[in-house]
Design a protein around this ligand. Structure first.
Ligand code: ADP
Length: 610
């Protein structure tokens, strides 16, 4: 317990330190008195910026009250008196520290009733220009920010952007405020009368104004000042007027106040309600902090060169023709600007994807090239292997050729004898000649087969019947089987086995298997040397099995026999089966070795049927 008390004290003092000024901060109160309704565009811009600047720069919380006095529509003295009493009652219990008068009528109202409604409260005013203030003496705790309205800078900008302009059409209203502004503008324009012609449209009824503006010649420009009342005395809301005017006008419309930007004017050097709101708030802050300026009234230029991007597009005005300090609002962002990061992401993904695709294509080409190369190598190696097989076949080939040659010789001798007789038997001679031709063909066939076996040929697929190929290979090796004293038999599937294969290479595989089987049985008694070749169809595959009655393959070597250079033979190279596997795999097939239950090895080849 004794430890807890100092701990709580530390926490409490820490909390106070962290909370800082907000603990001691007291709420300050400011009231804004608008001559009109605060929702009017210019006033609402001023109000928003005023509140934002005030809150952003104040340590203390500030409560802002607003009064829309609507004095141009309800300007009777009775209303004003009632309003005075109402406000007095309303704010009697609130300690207002600054009352702000916005625009001339509000200034007048506070001049008359301020002391009564907010006794002892300092007043800040804004929205008046120097002329409107005249030389009126101000009470001691009154401060103001004056508006500097300028019209010539907009005209300079117009003449810069549209150098061919010959006529300026000035549109203005007829209210007291309109008149003041209009007079000021006309005064500034006098200096330009030698350069362009001026037409002032200020006393027309609104309805006849629009058709006139729609028929203006292309070398004219419209300047809009203010329009609270038309020539027929009808009240208007200026920002609605400017919208309708710029829609109807056949030429661009320029203005002087930023509240009309976005409502149809192209732009100009615009008096900014936004800046004026900020300047007024800064002055209020000084008064609140007790640091009121020694000079009660200041005049801050608050014009900004601004343009509406959409109007620029409408009238074909390029960005390059604008003054360098111009600000462009309402820019319609391009897809890139609106979705910058998303687009960058998509673009990045596309680039990465394109990179991947080209990498894959490159790899695919490389693989194809490697495949072609490996096939070429395989073909070369296979050919070498065929030469070595041919070496083994030499004896049987010689035997195969010798047989027909011997028969030819015997037949030739017989024919000689017949020809020596006085009446040779022509029919017999014909028979003998036919025999000689047949034997010659047999010998030629042996040579042709050998040639085709040793031919240098690229890997080439064609449609063949596996049964036929097996039969042919068996024939080819029949001589070798005789010389090796091996019984070679075959069992061929009853149905054709169509496959797509390289005839020479596939024959070489079967040949290798049969010769290997013969090798394996070399040490067996002659009567037991048997090789059986069998073709079958299993589902969608053609199967060839070459079985022998040799010692078989030790089970642990069943896979190893296909490895390159594996051999158990004294003169062996150990490449026959590895080439066989490569060839079969290049045909999309499988090759494997097994042992028969009855003894001896069996080699299987399985190839897809077409
Ligand atoms: P090589 O015939 O030059 O030895 P192969 O690749 O054709 O090369 O054969 C590899 C090895 O596989 C042979 O040395 C042999 O040990 C074994 N082999 C092949 N066929 C058979 C078979 N039918 N019976 C037993 N062993 C075999």
């Amino acid at each position: 317990m004794s430890l807890r008390i100092p701990f709580l004290i530390v926490c409490a003092s820490l909390a106070l330190t962290i909370a800082g000024p907000s603990v001691s901060a007291e709420t300050r109160r400011v009231v804004l008195l608008f001559d009109e309704r605060v929702e009017l565009p210019g006033l609402s811009l001023l109000d928003a910026e005023f509140a934002r600047t005030l809150q952003a720069n104040s340590v203390d919380p500030i409560e802002v009250y607003r009064e829309s006095m609507d004095l141009s529509r309800f300007g009777s003295d009775t209303y004003k008196s009632a309003l005075r009493d109402f406000l007095r009652t309303k704010y009697a219990d609130k300690k207002i520290e600054v009352a702000v008068a916005v625009m001339v009528p509000a200034f007048e109202f506070l001049s008359n009733f301020g002391k009564l409604i907010f006794p002892g409260t300092p007043v800040v005013f804004c929205g008046l220009d120097r002329k409107q203030l005249r030389d009126r003496p101000l009470p001691p705790d009154w401060y103001g920010v004056l508006v500097k309205r300028e019209f010539a800078p907009t005209l300079d900008i117009v003449l810069r952007i549209h150098p061919k302009t010959r006529e300026i059409v000035v549109v203005a209203g007829t209210s007291e405020f309109d008149d003041t502004i209009f007079a000021q503008a006309q005064n500034e324009f006098r200096a330009y009368e030698s350069r362009v012609a001026f037409t002032y449209l200020y006393d027309l009824p609104f309805q006849s104004l629009l058709p006139m503006l729609s028929r203006l010649p292309s070398d004219s420009i419209v300047l809009f000042t203010t329009f609270f009342q038309d020539g027929a005395g009808k009240p208007f809301i200026p920002h609605e007027v400017v919208e309708r005017i710029s829609t109807a006008a056949s030429v661009p419309v320029y203005g002087f106040a930023d509240q009309y930007l976005g409502r149809g004017i192209v732009g100009g050097s615009l008096y900014s309600f936004v800046s004026h709101g900020a300047d007024t708030a800064k002055l209020v802050l000084r008064v609140l902090s007790g640091d009121a300026p020694s000079q009660a009234v200041s005049e801050v230029p608050s014009n900004k060169v601004m343009f509406d991007w959409r109007q620029m597009q409408r009238w074909g005005i390029s960005e390059h023709s604008l003054p360098p300090d111009a600000e462009i609002d309402f820019r319609e962002l391009t897809l890139w600007q609106t979705y910058a990061w998303q687009m960058a992401l998509i673009f990045g993904v596309i680039v990465v994807q394109a990179g991947l695709i080209s990498r894959l294509l490159y790899e695919q080409r490389r693989r194809r090239y490697a495949e072609v190369q490996s096939r070429q190598r395989m073909s070369e190696l296979a050919r070498i292997n065929r030469f070595s097989t041919a070496g083994e076949l030499t004896a049987s080939i010689a035997h195969e050729i010798n047989q027909p040659l011997g028969a030819i010789q015997t037949n030739a001798e017989t024919m000689e004898l017949l020809l020596r007789s006085p009446s040779p038997d022509i029919d017999e001679i014909k028979e003998i000649t036919a025999d000689i031709r047949r034997d010659q063909e047999r010998a030629s066939e042996v040579i042709r087969r050998l040639r085709s076996m040793l031919r240098r040929a690229p890997f080439e697929l064609s449609d063949i019947d596996l049964n036929e190929l097996v039969r042919e290979t068996e024939d080819f090796l029949s001589g070798l089987a005789v010389s090796r004293q091996v019984e070679l038999s075959s069992s061929i599937a009853p149905m054709p086995l169509p496959i797509r294969a390289d005839r020479i290479q596939l024959q070489q595989v079967i040949l290798n298997l049969i010769v290997n089987a013969m090798d394996a049985m070399a040490d067996m008694p002659k009567s037991e040397r048997k090789i059986a070749i069998r073709t079958t169809r299993i589902d969608r595959f053609a199967d060839v099995a070459v079985s022998d009655t040799g010692p078989g393959i030790p089970p642990e070597k069943a896979k190893q026999v296909f490895e390159p250079f594996f051999t158990t033979k004294a003169q062996g190279m150990g490449i026959g089966l590895s080439i066989a596997r490569t060839i079969i795999e290049a045909h999309g097939g499988r090759i494997w070795a097994d042992n028969q239950t009855t003894g001896g090895a069996v080699f299987h080849i399985s190839l897809p049927l077409t």
